[in-house]
Design a protein around this ligand. Structure first.
Ligand code: PLP
Length: 415
């Protein structure tokens, strides 16, 4: 690493555009040149309609735009507006609220929640456990805050949750640090679309409970990143596990990183929350104090208008039903697109890791960068990751989802 000029050595960073934004930029150039029909742009991590326009929920934006200016412009409370904090707990758990001492602190998106969990529940220099296929920002957030990352393989040989690998890594870290924070991004994991099943959760809970009992001086933090939850399962299916994730020994703390970005099409409004399901009131108060202080020390407070919008939606049945109808409508479209991709991939033998739900499908392969480059020449834009390619049915029409597998398989053969 080059020697820093003025920044401290650990803040010396490589410049340049994020690789995903770079490919997305190239896709846009091609769209301008050849027209949208000729280009498959699967680089975007947001829900787009079939014409490539960002989907925005009417219930959300009509509500936001009808707010008095002062409610948009004003500061929010440091922890978040009290009525928002109540409603965001509802938005997170719906009818699957677990027993326990539940508290929420508003954060700018799920990103802020992940940041607070990393910084308040691990020591400087600690290692945080994530899956091998993962959202790249976990590494950035950890590194920016002087923490490290360790990974375990998400899948076992059957293509389901690799409980043995998870157990091994948790135990190894506990031996080194006496405190471990694991991130499980479920349901509808980014970038694979995997969802941990209720049976798998049962096994995770047993293991965590036994480990915490056997090591009473250790601390185990389960951070559940829910960024895609409202695009998984039917009704409250995807939330059933939540009722189970409680009642563990007092040295275990479940935390939820809740995001309004995808669920309410609020990406740039930066709204979310970190939520604890603590075993005692003391642990819950400690959580709220610590995360509120972190808000003050990082971004002061969140986006008032976004909080007011969620509060209004969750206080008015008609508005709530309208928002839920919009979520369901787009969830169904996403399902159809993903099903088209999976059906076609299966037909031609294009290998995928297990996909259950959500915005992304991953294709394991060697040389992902070279394959992605070759695909670009064919006006197909797919994100290369460390372990393969990420295709985004959230951003591509059903017809293109059906066309893409053949193009990808062909490119894999050519590289
Ligand atoms: N977690 C995962 C896995 C994500 O993919 C994202 C967004 O892309 C987030 C959390 C948080 O997003 P935001 O900060 O916009 O809520």
């Amino acid at each position: 690493m080059k020697k820093a000029e003025m920044v401290i050595q650990t803040s010396l960073r490589k410049g340049g555009t994020d690789p995903i934004f770079k490919i997305a930029g190239q896709a846009n150039i091609q769209i301008k040149k050849c027209g949208p029909e000729a280009v498959i742009n699967s680089t975007i991590g947001a829900l787009m309609d079939d014409n490539g326009e960002l989907v925005t929920f009417k219930a959300v934006y009509d509500t936001l735009k009808a707010l008095p200016n002062a409610l948009i412009a004003n500061y929010a409370g440091l922890a978040g507006q009290p009525d928002y904090l109540e409603k965001v707990v509802e938005a997170c758990f719906r009818d699957c609220k677990p027993e326990g001492h539940i508290r929420a602190v508003a954060t700018p998106g799920g990103t802020g929640a992940v940041r607070h969990a990393f910084c308040n529940y691990t020591e400087l220099g600690d290692t945080i456990l994530i899956t091998d296929w993962h959202w790249a920002a976990y590494e950035t957030i950890a590194d920016d805050n002087h923490r490290k990352i360790a990974t375990f393989p998400l899948y076992n040989e059957a293509g389901t949750f690799n409980l043995a690998g998870y157990k091994k890594s948790v135990l190894e870290l506990l031996e080194k640090q006496k405190r471990v924070l694991t991130v499980l991004n479920t349901p509808a994991h980014n970038p694979t679309g995997y969802t941990i099943s209720d049976d798998e959760w049962k096994e995770i809970k047993s293991f965590i409970t036994e480990t915490a009992q056997a090591q009473p001086n250790s601390k185990i933090i389960l951070l559940i990143d829910l960024a895609y939850i409202d695009f998984a399962g039917e009704g409250d299916d995807a939330r059933q596990f939540m009722k189970m994730i409680t009642g563990m020994p007092h040295n275990v703390l479940p935390l939820y990183a809740f995001s309004c970005s995808k669920s309410y099409t609020m990406y740039g409004l930066r709204n979310g929350a970190i939520i604890c399901v603590a075993p005692t009131e003391e642990i819950a108060t400690e959580f709220a104090n610590s995360c509120t202080y972190s808000n003050r020390g990082n971004w002061s407070n969140g986006t008032r208008g976004a909080m007011e919008t969620i509060t209004k939606i969750y206080s008015n049945e008609e508005l709530f039903n309208q928002a839920m109808a919009e979520q369901s409508f787009y969830k169904a479209i996403l399902r159809k697109r993903a099903a088209a991709f999976v059906e076609e991939a299966d037909k031609i033998g294009l290998k995928m890791v297990t996909y259950r739900d959500g915005f992304f499908i991953s294709l394991p392969c060697d040389h992902p960068k070279e394959i992605s480059d070759l695909l670009m020449e064919k006006n197909t834009f797919v994100v290369p990751l460390g372990k393969g390619l990420r295709f985004a049915p959230c951003a591509v029409s059903e017809e293109k989802c059906r066309r893409a597998p053949q193009l990808i398989l062909q490119a894999m053969k050519e590289v």
